[in-house]
Ligand binder design. Structure first.
Ligand SMILES: [Zn+2]
Length: 310
C-alpha cells in the first residue's frame, strides 16, 4: 500500500494549487483501479491524473514538474516532456496561428536557439524581444525531431539584467531530398517595405492585393534514414540546387501560363538525390547557405533498413 500512497502524494502535490483534494481520495482512486480492476500502475496513474485534470479544467501541460528542475542549455534539450529551467533571450517573436497561443517565437542562449510557445490561458506576462529571462519550469516538446519548450501556468518568469550572446547554431545535415513542399518554386513576395510575405493568389495576408515580386524558394525535406530535417533554399541556393535561374523560371511559367511547372521541374531534377547542407537554424528549418551534392547515400545501411521497414 505504501507504494500507492507515494504515487498518491505525488499526484496530490501536482494539483495542490488548483484543487481541494486530499491524498486519501487520490489513493483510493488508484487503489480501485490497481487492485480491483487490475490496471497496471502507470496506466492507473495516468487515468487518475486525467480525471483531476478534467475536474480542474486543465491540460496536461499545465502540470508542474514538482520543482527541483535541472537548469539546462538550450542545445542540450534532446528529450520531450522534461521539466527544465532555462535562462534565455527572446530572439524573435512570430504571429501566433491560434487563439490558444499567447506568444510564439525563438529563444536563444550561448549554446543555440529553440522555439518556444506560451499558452494563452497560462496568464503569464508578455515576453519582449531582446530581453533576457530566467524561465522556471518549462516543459520540452518534440515534433519531427525538432525540440521546443512550452511555457504554461506553472512557469515562472523573471527578467534578468545580463545580456546573452546567442550562440552560433549553424548545423550541417545530410540525406536524400524526399519532399519539396507547397510554396516552393517560383513564388511572389509582397513588395511592401519590410514585408516580403509570400503571396497567396496575389494577396499578402497583411497588405491585401499587391503587385508581387518574383522569387525562387524551395522548402524541402532531407531524410538521412534516421530522421527528417526541413530545409529552406533561398533564391541563390535554389538556383544552385536546381540549375534553374529566376529569369528562366519566369519564362517557363509564362510559356505554361502556370507557375507550378517550375516546382514540378525542380522536383524532377532533385528528388531522391543526396545532399549535404549547412546553415543557421530558424525554428524547425535549416536555412541553406552551403550545398554539396553527394553521390552516395550517407549511410546506405540505415537507408536500406528504413526502406525495408516501409
Ligand atoms: Zn505584405
Amino acid at each position: 500500500m505504501t507504494d500507492l500512497r507515494t504515487h498518491a502524494e505525488e499526484i496530490h502535490e501536482q494539483f495542490s494549487d488548483q484543487l481541494e483534494i486530499d491524498v486519501e481520495d487520490v489513493e483510493s482512486r488508484l487503489d480501485t483501479l490497481v487492485n480491483e480492476y487490475k490496471v497496471p500502475l502507470e496506466e492507473a496513474r495516468r487515468s487518475v491524473t486525467n480525471g483531476y485534470l478534467d475536474e480542474a479544467g486543465m491540460e496536461r501541460d499545465d502540470l508542474g514538474g514538482g520543482g527541483g528542475n535541472e537548469h539546462v542549455e538550450l542545445a542540450d534539450i534532446d528529450t520531450a516532456e522534461q521539466w527544465v529551467d532555462v535562462t534565455a533571450k527572446v530572439v524573435d517573436l512570430w504571429e501566433p496561428r491560434s487563439d490558444s497561443i499567447a506568444q510564439v517565437g525563438l529563444l536563444g542562449d550561448e549554446s543555440g536557439t529553440i522555439k518556444f510557445t506560451k499558452w494563452a490561458k497560462s496568464d503569464l506576462p508578455e515576453l519582449e524581444e531582446e530581453h533576457v529571462y530566467d524561465l522556471g519550469n518549462v516543459v520540452t516538446d518534440e515534433y519531427q525531431g525538432n525540440y521546443s519548450v512550452k511555457l504554461n501556468r506553472t512557469t515562472t518568469i523573471e527578467e534578468v539584467e545580463e545580456d546573452i550572446e546567442v550562440g552560433d547554431d549553424t548545423r550541417t545535415v545530410e540525406g536524400a531530398l524526399v519532399d519539396i513542399q507547397n510554396g516552393s518554386g517560383l513564388i511572389k513576395r509582397c513588395p511592401e517595405e519590410g514585408c516580403t510575405r509570400v503571396l497567396q493568389n496575389g494577396r499578402c495576408s497583411e497588405h491585401g492585393e499587391v503587385d508581387g515580386e518574383f522569387d525562387l524558394r524551395i522548402k524541402g525535406v532531407l531524410d538521412d534514414g534516421n530522421e527528417v530535417q526541413e530545409i529552406i533554399f533561398d533564391q541563390e541556393a535554389t538556383e544552385e540546387l536546381t540549375g534553374i535561374e529566376l529569369e528562366e523560371a519566369k519564362d517557363m511559367a509564362m510559356d505554361a501560363l502556370d507557375t507550378t511547372v517550375v516546382a514540378d521541374e525542380m522536383r524532377a531534377a532533385t528528388l531522391g538525390r543526396y545532399y549535404r547542407v549547412t546553415g543557421p537554424t530558424l525554428g524547425r528549418y535549416v536555412l541553406v547557405n552551403d550545398l554539396e551534392i553527394l553521390d552516395e547515400p550517407v549511410d546506405a545501411e540505415q537507408a536500406l533498413i528504413k526502406a525495408r521497414s516501409i
